[in-house]
Design a protein around this ligand. Sequence first.
Ligand SMILES: *[C@@H]1O[C@H](CO)[C@@H](O)[C@H](O)[C@H]1NC(C)=O
Length: 638
Amino acid sequence: MRRLDISSRGAVLASILALAASPASAFYFPGTAPTSYKQGDAVPLFVNHLTPADSQYDPKLRSVFSFDYYHPEFHFCQPDGGPKEIRESLGSILFGDRIQTSPFELRMGKNESCKSLCQATYEPNDAVFVNSRIYQGYDLNWLIDGLPAAQLLKDPNTDQPFYSPGFALGMVNEGTPEFNNHYDILIDYHEASKDSYRVVGVLVDPYSMHDSNNCNDAQSAVVLNENEVNKVSFTYSVYWRESPTPFATRWDKYLHVYDPKIHWFSLVNSAVIVVFLVGMVSTILVRTLKKDIARYNRLDQFALDDFGENGDVEDGVAEDSGWKLVHGDVFRPPKNPLLLSVLIGNGAQLFAMTALTIAFALLGFLSPSNRGALGTVIIIFYTLFGFVGGYVSARTYKFFHGESWKLCFFYTPFALPGLVFATFFLLNLFVWGRGASGAVPFTTMLVVVVIWFVISVPLSVAGSWLGFKQAAFDPPVRTNQIPRQIPPAGGYLRPLPSMALAGVLPFGAIFVELYFIMNSIWFSKVYYMFGFLFLCFGLMIITSAAVTVLMIYFLLCAENYHWQWRSFFTAGASAAYVFASCLLYWVKDVSWTSWTSGVVYLGYSALLSCLVFVLTGTIGFCASWLFVMKIYSSIKVD
Ligand SMILES: *[C@@H]1O[C@H](CO)[C@@H](O)[C@H](O)[C@H]1NC(C)=O
């Protein structure tokens, strides 16, 4: 009952947000209110796109493109008068859903065996197309009453059965592609009250039957001959099974966590790293810094007391190595202050969006039963947090004594969103060019651009204006006129080694979750481990902050005061590891049959790494900023 409350509340909230975000009423939010059917009522079956999947026989990803169900070469049976589009939320469309009507006729509670659908003709080139999709392991995705048609799989570790959305287009049997033309549809229903039934589970068993007219011919399969014209009949059977599962928990069997042990193991692993790191940083902060500060202040006092008598005491302090020496330079603005401010503004926007989305997901608002909710919420939050981005970038720029204000106002809303959109657009052109129908429709792109211009850009400019109006942060020490010479430093303090060393830790906190996220993106699987994701995100923030503060402390001790860019790059270096892990995933789990898939995969991996770079870099910079402000405000400088 509680769960139902949460999901319906989520639906209400999300629909309010969705309404607020969509300028036209073309997109609406599908609610999760239960639909009740009477005995014999028609239950519609909708078809979604075809997606590449990992079959049990061949767990490799062979393509990244998805196809419209009514893509001409498939020749799937169409309803009378042609298929109609089902309206969807913006997030659902952006994440690839293309839902349309189908010719299947399902009546609540009425079993039917071997209903004929239609006969289709496959020319040789169609046969080539379909066969290669079977080799690539494509899945069909259907929806009945909002539930995905699934295959019953067993968890190899626990032997627990669960529903895995999607079922195979065909099967490769000893090198021959067999095309499925008969579907056994098993629907679980639950009697909510007298003559009021609800759909609570959908399984589809596809078969390939050469003579499908009597539906018993499991012996000879349909193999599309690539040299002649093939005729294939499509049939289906429907079986309704009474189930004790109530509507409120019908998604449970779909939201299967594959291997919870791996998640816990990685979580404990990264927690150990974090404890170790935080221990190290706090030792330094508490012990070393306290000692440093006490010593500096004592020497200062000493120098003042004995001024005149012992003239070289002050020189003695100045000779002292350590971070105090650079107090006159540590707040000197970095090179390219505009670029850094814009990056940090965008990072703050990304951070706010990610944190709030994960928090929302954790509260159960974004369960997969709200189709497309995740995508929609991401867009809404990102749009609204344009304000945060503008504000942070302006305040940082002011702190850096920036002067090109117009550029700062302009670049902040356009830099990262522009990059994301450009990549998205280019890769979509690729998908279009490839002839796959999984490309995001042009109108949807247009809607996204309109939302961005009408809401996000003004909010960002307003935020920048507010930040610009406020007084700059006051640095605790004055900056000298003449920059100090930086002594050469070796070892791990050089830029590349320090980045390589520091970046690996935040990456270590997220890489297992990252693997699961990539699996769910490329294999279109349900991702519902937001609890783990939340903890990992927290650990990543702490590690990024701690490791960067540590590096910056060592850097300042080596009398190098260029900490601003360094802190950004030190934390951001984890993005390089993210990209490397995408490449590793390619080597391990992917086997392309065309180079275009590789291009799209690399493009999205690069984009993902870029976002991780800006996000972690911003965390590193902000942590270092706080740290530097703190330590220099606790020493006395004449
Ligand atoms: C429909 O088929 C299912 C599965 O074979 C069976 O359990 C059920 O009793 C059948 N229902 C009717 C009304 O025949």
